[in-house]
Ligand binder design. Structure first.
Ligand code: NAP
Length: 236
């Protein structure tokens, strides 16, 4: 197990994260970052809350990095937080929390992990269709803005780190059955006709694309965003 490549991940407690870990776990040593304790063979969990300022949670990461001096082969950022409300009702704290969990944590972790990335490491960020579209499930401008920030991060990191053969890509899920996706019957009824496949997606259908981007099967892809949304908004 100790010889397996190291993957550092956020958001691994979500249905998407669990589906990903289930898919890749036997081949990787997983370091999970977040609030929910995760355990299993080859799994290390570091407690951190990305709503806090990075100054609060960074020491846990740097202490672990300096102690273990890992050779990090992959980083997956799947942590997400959405407060779905009108802009007028969204507080400054909610805005800051959405930026912290969705975007700032990705940037700060990428910066901390960079010296430990092996040549050819893979980075995958989980965005959302909300980066491009306002959802009929309800307004969430702060969430959409944070996910749009990830779009830029993928493109810029891919350019910056390409000379080290580090590949950086993103997946943009549409509406999922699990997690923070639209759950009420009325929202589903409004949404599903706008999805070409006429159904919401499953977490494992996104996890399989993340696993593809982590694998050698995508060896000539970097700076790409892959929509995994069943063909949302293809018609007008
Ligand atoms: N569900 C959908 O329909 C949908 C659609 C588009 C995109 N996405 C994206 O897909 C990913 C998974 O979505 P989901 O709906 O399955 O998520 P979810 O069930 O709401 O889980 C959110 C994940 O983010 C982590 N997280 C949240 N707040 C955190 C905090 N303060 N500090 C550290 N970690 C935090 C959680 O880890 P802890 O348990 O450790 O807090 C958890 O693993 C997210 O990036 C989400 O934005 C989801």
């Amino acid at each position: 197990m100790m010889d397996h490549p190291v993957i550092v991940g956020t958001g691994l407690s979500s249905a998407l994260g669990r589906a990903l870990v289930e898919r890749i776990a036997p081949a990787w040593q997983v370091v999970a970052l977040g609030r929910t304790p995760l355990e299993g063979p080859g799994m290390t969990w570091l407690s951190m809350d990305f709503r806090d300022s990075p100054e609060v949670w960074k020491p846990a990461m740097t202490t672990w990095l300096e102690r273990e001096k890992p050779r990090v082969a992959a980083f997956v950022h799947g942590a997400g937080l959405v407060y779905s409300d009108h802009t007028e009702a969204t507080t400054a704290d909610e805005w800051t929390s959405m930026l912290g969990v969705n975007l700032t944590s990705a940037f700060v972790l990428g910066k901390l992990l960079s010296p430990y990335f092996v040549e050819g490491a893979r980075v995958v960020l989980v965005g959302s269709v909300d980066a491009r579209y306002a959802s009929s499930a309800g307004p969430a401008a702060g969430y959409g803005a944070a996910k749009a920030g990830l779009y830029g991060l993928v493109r810029h990191w891919a350019a910056e780190w390409g000379a080290r053969s580090i590949r950086v890509n993103g997946v943009a899920p549409g509406a999922l059955e699990e997690g923070s996706g639209p759950q009420s019957d009325s929202v589903r009824a409004a949404l599903e006709p706008r999805i070409a496949l006429r159904r919401m997606g499953r977490a494992d259908e996104v996890a399989s694309v993340v696993a593809f981007l982590l694998s050698d099967e995508s060896s000539y892809m970097t700076g790409c965003w892959i929509p995994v949304d069943g063909g949302l908004n293809l018609t007008y």
